[in-house]
Ligand binder design. Structure first.
Ligand code: ZN
Length: 222
Protein backbone atom coordinates (compact mmCIF):
# COMPACT_ATOMS: atom_id res chain seq x y z
CA UNK A 1 0.00 0.00 0.00
CA UNK A 2 1.21 3.50 -0.83
CA UNK A 3 0.24 6.67 0.94
CA UNK A 4 0.13 10.29 -0.15
CA UNK A 5 2.49 12.07 2.23
CA UNK A 6 1.32 15.55 3.20
CA UNK A 7 2.94 17.58 5.94
CA UNK A 8 0.30 20.04 7.12
CA UNK A 9 2.68 22.80 8.17
CA UNK A 10 4.42 25.43 6.10
CA UNK A 11 7.46 26.68 7.94
CA UNK A 12 6.91 30.43 8.34
CA UNK A 13 7.13 32.98 5.60
CA UNK A 14 9.77 32.85 2.89
CA UNK A 15 12.12 35.84 3.04
CA UNK A 16 14.64 34.78 0.44
CA UNK A 17 14.76 32.05 -2.15
CA UNK A 18 16.20 31.86 -5.64
CA UNK A 19 14.73 29.96 -8.57
CA UNK A 20 16.20 29.14 -11.95
CA UNK A 21 13.97 30.34 -14.75
CA UNK A 22 13.32 29.46 -18.32
CA UNK A 23 12.15 31.82 -21.03
CA UNK A 24 9.72 30.64 -23.64
CA UNK A 25 8.30 32.90 -26.31
CA UNK A 26 4.90 31.29 -25.78
CA UNK A 27 4.73 30.61 -22.06
CA UNK A 28 6.83 33.55 -20.90
CA UNK A 29 9.26 33.18 -18.02
CA UNK A 30 8.69 30.43 -15.51
CA UNK A 31 10.57 28.78 -12.64
CA UNK A 32 12.18 25.41 -13.36
CA UNK A 33 14.14 24.72 -10.20
CA UNK A 34 15.79 26.04 -7.11
CA UNK A 35 19.22 27.47 -6.55
CA UNK A 36 20.79 27.29 -3.10
CA UNK A 37 19.16 27.53 0.27
CA UNK A 38 16.22 29.41 1.69
CA UNK A 39 15.62 31.98 4.42
CA UNK A 40 12.37 31.80 6.34
CA UNK A 41 10.83 33.99 9.01
CA UNK A 42 9.13 31.88 11.67
CA UNK A 43 5.97 33.48 12.96
CA UNK A 44 4.74 31.01 15.56
CA UNK A 45 6.42 28.33 17.64
CA UNK A 46 3.88 25.77 16.40
CA UNK A 47 5.34 26.01 12.91
CA UNK A 48 8.46 24.23 14.17
CA UNK A 49 7.20 20.72 13.49
CA UNK A 50 9.73 17.96 12.66
CA UNK A 51 8.49 17.59 9.06
CA UNK A 52 7.32 20.68 7.19
CA UNK A 53 7.14 22.35 3.81
CA UNK A 54 9.35 25.29 2.96
CA UNK A 55 7.85 26.91 -0.13
CA UNK A 56 8.47 24.15 -2.65
CA UNK A 57 10.33 21.43 -0.78
CA UNK A 58 10.04 19.15 2.19
CA UNK A 59 12.24 20.04 5.15
CA UNK A 60 13.14 17.83 8.11
CA UNK A 61 14.66 18.73 11.46
CA UNK A 62 18.01 17.08 12.18
CA UNK A 63 16.22 14.74 14.53
CA UNK A 64 13.59 13.71 11.98
CA UNK A 65 16.28 13.34 9.35
CA UNK A 66 18.26 11.01 11.61
CA UNK A 67 15.19 8.92 12.43
CA UNK A 68 14.28 8.49 8.77
CA UNK A 69 17.87 7.62 7.79
CA UNK A 70 18.30 5.15 10.64
CA UNK A 71 15.09 3.41 9.61
CA UNK A 72 16.74 2.83 6.22
CA UNK A 73 14.11 4.79 4.28
CA UNK A 74 15.29 5.38 0.74
CA UNK A 75 14.58 7.85 -2.05
CA UNK A 76 15.63 11.12 -0.44
CA UNK A 77 18.63 13.02 0.84
CA UNK A 78 19.03 15.95 3.18
CA UNK A 79 20.57 18.92 1.39
CA UNK A 80 23.70 20.29 3.03
CA UNK A 81 22.55 23.92 3.27
CA UNK A 82 20.77 24.69 6.47
CA UNK A 83 17.40 26.41 6.28
CA UNK A 84 18.09 29.88 7.70
CA UNK A 85 15.44 30.81 10.23
CA UNK A 86 14.65 34.35 11.31
CA UNK A 87 12.41 34.93 14.26
CA UNK A 88 11.38 37.50 16.74
CA UNK A 89 9.95 36.98 20.16
CA UNK A 90 9.67 33.18 20.08
CA UNK A 91 11.29 31.96 23.25
CA UNK A 92 12.32 28.40 22.69
CA UNK A 93 15.19 26.50 21.24
CA UNK A 94 15.01 26.27 17.48
CA UNK A 95 15.66 22.99 15.72
CA UNK A 96 17.98 22.95 12.70
CA UNK A 97 16.20 22.19 9.45
CA UNK A 98 17.54 20.88 6.19
CA UNK A 99 15.51 20.71 3.03
CA UNK A 100 15.04 17.22 1.65
CA UNK A 101 15.52 16.38 -1.96
CA UNK A 102 13.52 13.42 -3.25
CA UNK A 103 16.03 11.63 -5.47
CA UNK A 104 14.07 8.56 -6.55
CA UNK A 105 12.41 8.12 -9.92
CA UNK A 106 8.96 9.69 -10.14
CA UNK A 107 6.09 7.50 -11.21
CA UNK A 108 3.54 8.37 -13.88
CA UNK A 109 -0.17 8.29 -13.03
CA UNK A 110 -1.54 8.85 -16.52
CA UNK A 111 -3.64 5.71 -16.10
CA UNK A 112 -5.38 7.11 -12.99
CA UNK A 113 -8.91 8.34 -13.66
CA UNK A 114 -9.11 12.00 -14.65
CA UNK A 115 -5.41 12.52 -15.38
CA UNK A 116 -4.66 13.76 -18.85
CA UNK A 117 -2.61 16.38 -20.60
CA UNK A 118 -4.29 19.74 -20.15
CA UNK A 119 -1.84 21.88 -22.08
CA UNK A 120 1.43 21.21 -23.79
CA UNK A 121 3.54 24.04 -25.16
CA UNK A 122 4.74 23.26 -28.67
CA UNK A 123 7.79 25.48 -28.17
CA UNK A 124 9.27 24.43 -24.83
CA UNK A 125 7.31 21.28 -24.04
CA UNK A 126 5.99 22.55 -20.72
CA UNK A 127 3.01 20.37 -19.87
CA UNK A 128 0.19 20.66 -17.39
CA UNK A 129 -2.17 17.86 -16.45
CA UNK A 130 -5.70 17.62 -15.15
CA UNK A 131 -5.82 16.25 -11.59
CA UNK A 132 -6.88 12.70 -10.65
CA UNK A 133 -10.56 12.32 -9.85
CA UNK A 134 -10.70 9.04 -7.98
CA UNK A 135 -7.44 8.51 -6.20
CA UNK A 136 -4.01 7.60 -7.45
CA UNK A 137 -3.18 4.25 -8.96
CA UNK A 138 0.45 3.21 -8.59
CA UNK A 139 1.66 0.90 -11.29
CA UNK A 140 4.20 -1.32 -9.46
CA UNK A 141 6.31 -1.77 -12.62
CA UNK A 142 6.86 2.00 -12.69
CA UNK A 143 8.05 2.12 -9.05
CA UNK A 144 11.81 1.96 -8.45
CA UNK A 145 11.40 0.50 -4.95
CA UNK A 146 12.16 3.72 -3.05
CA UNK A 147 10.30 4.57 0.14
CA UNK A 148 9.44 8.08 -1.04
CA UNK A 149 8.86 9.16 -4.61
CA UNK A 150 7.27 11.88 -6.67
CA UNK A 151 4.57 11.87 -9.32
CA UNK A 152 5.46 13.17 -12.78
CA UNK A 153 2.03 14.68 -13.42
CA UNK A 154 1.73 16.18 -9.93
CA UNK A 155 5.02 17.88 -9.06
CA UNK A 156 5.16 18.77 -5.38
CA UNK A 157 3.24 15.66 -4.27
CA UNK A 158 4.92 12.63 -2.76
CA UNK A 159 3.98 9.05 -2.13
CA UNK A 160 5.51 6.86 0.55
CA UNK A 161 5.60 3.15 1.30
CA UNK A 162 3.98 1.34 4.20
CA UNK A 163 7.43 1.24 5.81
CA UNK A 164 7.84 5.02 5.62
CA UNK A 165 4.29 5.58 6.88
CA UNK A 166 4.97 3.19 9.77
CA UNK A 167 7.97 5.22 10.93
CA UNK A 168 5.95 8.46 10.79
CA UNK A 169 3.21 6.86 12.90
CA UNK A 170 5.51 5.08 15.37
CA UNK A 171 7.54 8.20 16.04
CA UNK A 172 4.38 10.26 16.26
CA UNK A 173 5.64 12.94 13.95
CA UNK A 174 3.06 15.62 14.29
CA UNK A 175 1.07 17.20 11.52
CA UNK A 176 1.76 14.81 8.70
CA UNK A 177 -1.23 13.41 6.89
CA UNK A 178 -0.98 9.98 5.29
CA UNK A 179 -3.80 9.03 2.94
CA UNK A 180 -3.96 5.70 1.11
CA UNK A 181 -3.17 6.63 -2.51
CA UNK A 182 -6.38 5.19 -3.93
CA UNK A 183 -8.47 7.22 -1.46
CA UNK A 184 -6.66 10.50 -1.98
CA UNK A 185 -8.67 13.46 -3.24
CA UNK A 186 -6.60 16.17 -4.87
CA UNK A 187 -7.30 19.57 -3.27
CA UNK A 188 -6.42 21.09 -6.63
CA UNK A 189 -9.29 19.15 -8.22
CA UNK A 190 -11.56 20.68 -5.64
CA UNK A 191 -10.24 24.10 -6.65
CA UNK A 192 -10.83 23.32 -10.30
CA UNK A 193 -14.43 22.32 -9.65
CA UNK A 194 -14.92 25.37 -7.54
CA UNK A 195 -13.05 27.85 -9.61
CA UNK A 196 -16.14 29.80 -10.53
CA UNK A 197 -16.81 30.47 -6.84
CA UNK A 198 -15.84 33.94 -5.74
CA UNK A 199 -13.42 34.20 -2.84
CA UNK A 200 -15.31 35.44 0.19
CA UNK A 201 -15.37 35.22 3.94
CA UNK A 202 -16.19 31.51 3.68
CA UNK A 203 -13.02 30.78 1.71
CA UNK A 204 -10.97 28.47 3.91
CA UNK A 205 -7.78 29.92 5.28
CA UNK A 206 -5.70 27.14 3.74
CA UNK A 207 -6.67 28.01 0.19
CA UNK A 208 -3.68 30.30 -0.09
CA UNK A 209 -1.33 27.54 0.99
CA UNK A 210 -2.82 25.16 -1.52
CA UNK A 211 -2.43 27.67 -4.32
CA UNK A 212 1.14 28.43 -3.28
CA UNK A 213 2.04 24.81 -3.07
CA UNK A 214 0.56 23.76 -6.35
CA UNK A 215 1.75 26.75 -8.26
CA UNK A 216 4.80 24.76 -9.26
CA UNK A 217 2.67 22.12 -10.90
CA UNK A 218 3.97 22.45 -14.37
CA UNK A 219 6.49 20.31 -16.00
CA UNK A 220 8.31 19.82 -19.20
CA UNK A 221 7.77 16.27 -20.43
CA UNK A 222 6.32 16.02 -23.89
ZN1 ZN B 1 6.58 27.23 -23.73
Amino acid sequence: MFYVFEPQIFLGEVVQVKFRHRDCRHCGTYAVGREGGITIRVRRARELAPIVWTCDRLAFTEYASRVLSKAGLTGWEALPEEVTLLHRGIKREFPTYHEALVTSKSISILDSKGVQVEQCCATCGRTTYTPPREGIRVNPSDWDGSDIFGIRELPGNYLVTEKFAGVIRDRRFRQVELTPAEEWRDPWAWQEEDRTAKPGPETPEYTFDIVERFRGRQRKTC
